[in-house]
Design a protein around this ligand. Structure first.
Ligand code: HEM
Length: 410
């Protein structure tokens, strides 16, 4: 056991919202992998930390989402009266087949590798315009001023959100991430979730009306037409999945860019290497995803009794959490110092985008956005330095791992 593991050994094994866990979950993960790789928490959830079990649970049909049952088990039967939970229950992310297959099928074509590659020039244009504006200032917050604007702009393009509506999305609250954490929400947080959901639903309903009258070449028009068809999706499903796409389309990618830039600057040899050999960027993005994933966890439910998962029996109906960030540092898969950032690492196949039928719809889009953003930044601002890389502050959510801010100057 190394010194990091010992430092963490007095804490509970899995306490994901504790400040020290959020600051650096990796020593805790190492302790979980080595002492109790399928750990039953006091809240009755089984937490998988090794690559083998995480990978299996994501792909095996014995596990599913069973969202409504799972949520009622956690909160009681009245929880589905809360609009934010009702809305989330319609997300494709929370559905099992056949509904999952139907909903995903409606949008999957917009995210194929080919379609996304065609967006590269637009992605480059957004990054260049952002930098043109910022470079004369001599300093910026890499999160708010740089990383955030790109994915928001691109998902707005894809959904067909008119240019003059977008300012609110650039400056809006980013507190929704708490909804995904495995620690139950307080009544106050549920209230905030309902308010945020109502605001988004109201805005999108108006936009649906607009697109019914003035169709465009965008995802909202496509889904509004599918809804009108009558058999493909309901109005509730339409609204919920547009909210999902909007949130998933930026909250995660902003953190891939932010976490990647922090990791690079904390490892100056890797930063210098990437500047000297820009063609390493594609592998570097995979390594950023592996090293400090912007999504740390996702969950499933056992759809039947499971006799043996890493030595544990899992009764039907129990929740199983998959620690993607821990699987990504499992020495069984990454034997060469998994705790090190190495942009030349061979065979990096992070589980950060999940696996199986829910594999991230936006994976290729996120990769290209991060690739263009980071390589352009290094090229155009080679002297950029972080003002306080040692004390970077993390947002207080666990599933979505990202920085509050990342001040830099040049
Ligand atoms: C699903 C991560 C970017 C849309 C997922 C899942 C993960 C993930 C782990 C699977 C969850 C599960 O199995 O339960 C990420 C990461 C991203 C990213 C790390 C960026 C670095 C995006 C983007 C979009 C997007 C840019 C859309 C524009 C979705 C959707 C799903 C999903 C719609 C649900 C798919 C389904 O249930 O079939 N993402 N994501 N994601 N992601 Fe992403």
């Amino acid at each position: 056991m190394n010194e990091h593991v010992q430092a963490a050994s007095s804490a509970p094994l899995f306490n994901p919202l504790a400040p020290e866990f959020i600051r650096n979950p990796y020593p805790h993960y190492e302790r979980m992998r080595t002492t109790d790789p399928v750990h039953l928490t006091p809240l009755g959830m089984y937490v998988c930390s090794r690559h083998a079990e995480v990978s299996l649970v994501l792909r095996d049909k014995q596990f599913g989402k069973d969202y409504v049952e799972r949520t009622i088990r956690r909160y009681g039967p009245k929880i589905m009266d809360e609009p934010v939970f009702r809305s989330m229950s319609h997300w494709m992310l929370q559905q099992d087949p056949p509904d999952h297959t139907r909903l995903r099928g409606l949008v999957v074509k917009a995210f194929t590798a080919r379609r996304v590659e065609d967006m590269r020039p637009r992605i480059q244009q957004v990054v260049d315009e952002t930098l043109d504006r910022i470079i004369p200032q001599g300093k910026m917050d890499l999160i708010e001023d740089f990383a955030f604007r790109l994915p928001v702009t691109i998902i707005c393009d894809m959904l067909g959100i008119p240019e003059d509506h977008r300012e609110a999305f650039y400056t809006g609250s980013r507190d929704g991430g708490r909804l995904l954490d495995p620690v139950p929400l307080s009544p106050e947080e549920i209230k905030q979730g309902n308010a945020g959901n109502a605001l988004a639903a109201m805005y999108f309903q108006q936009l649906f009306e607009l697109r019914r009258k003035n169709p465009g070449n965008d995802l909202i028009t496509q889904l509004v037409q599918a809804e009108e068809d009558g058999s493909k999706l309901t109005n509730e499903e339409l609204t919920a999945n547009i909210i999902l796409l909007f949130g998933a389309g930026h909250e995660t990618t902003v953190n891939l860019i932010g976490n990647g830039l922090l990791a690079l600057h904390r490892n100056p040899d890797q930063l210098a290497l990437l500047k000297a050999r820009p063609e390493l960027i594609t592998n570097a993005i995979e390594e950023f995803l592996r090293y400090d994933s912007s999504v740390q966890l996702t969950g499933r439910v056992a759809l039947e009794d499971i006799d043996d998962l890493g030595g544990k029996r899992i009764p039907k109906g129990e929740s199983v959490l998959c620690l993607l960030g821990s699987a990504n540092r499992d020495p069984a898969v990454y034997p060469d110092h998994p705790e090190r950032l190495d942009i030349t690492r061979p065979n990096v196949k992070p589980l950060s985008f999940g696996g199986g039928i829910h594999f991230c719809l936006g994976a290729q889009l996120a990769r290209i956005e991060a690739e263009v953003a980071i390589s352009t930044l290094l090229r155009r601002l080679p002297d950029l330095r972080l003002d306080d890389a040692a004390n970077a502050e993390w947002r207080p959510t666990f599933v979505l791992r990202g920085l509050k801010r990342l001040p830099a100057s040049w």
